[in-house]
Design a protein around this ligand. Sequence first.
Ligand code: GAR
Length: 219
Amino acid sequence: MSTNRKLRLGVLASGGGTNLQSIVDQCQALKIDAEIVLVLCNNPDAGALQRAEKAGLPNTCINHRDFADRQSFDRSVVAALLKADVELVVLAGFMRIISEVFLDAFPQRIINIHPSLLPAFPGLQVQQKALDYGARFSGCTVHFVDNGVDTGPILAQAVVPILAEDTEETLSARILQQEHKIYPHAIQLIAEGRVTIEQRQVRIAYAEKSETALINPPL
Ligand code: GAR
């Protein structure tokens, strides 16, 4: 068992919450030195809320529809995160744009997972966009959140080949499998204090080198 102090996570989700589940599982298995101190959803029907409930985690719904504008919604979210003493905000399928109010409260302390190899295909429906473009690879990206849409410094990526028979569903499912690996991994790197940001570059102390190139179609 790890004796390290645990990094306090606030996980924000809007949907089914499989990424939340992967983090819950890794925390419970003591594979990462972190604990989820709040699960927050903007959507009362989010499966993530049920997953949080099942795991016995503190959870709350703050419905964005109850607020006049983005800033007032974000102020309410920030208040809940501060009350729970959250140290790292983890966006896990949280489909809201983050305002300055939120960014200022957690400078360099908000991370997001996105289902493409950024900077290719920011925004929404990106698995379909990668297919429509005819890309040979897609993947997923963990990045720090800045004031753009999916533009922040990149912490981790996984590459997923696109297959001739892929549909949006099959490609999304294979990307999601990798999301469930790299998101807990990225959180652990932060928990270990190995991650620093210099301009756009995220430095990871003591990282192993990988020089393996991927080719699709294979040689
Ligand atoms: C994931 O694929 C995540 O990368 C994506 O939403 C899905 C949530 O799945 N996030 C975004 O597109 C953010 N712009 P989950 O609810 O099962 O974790």
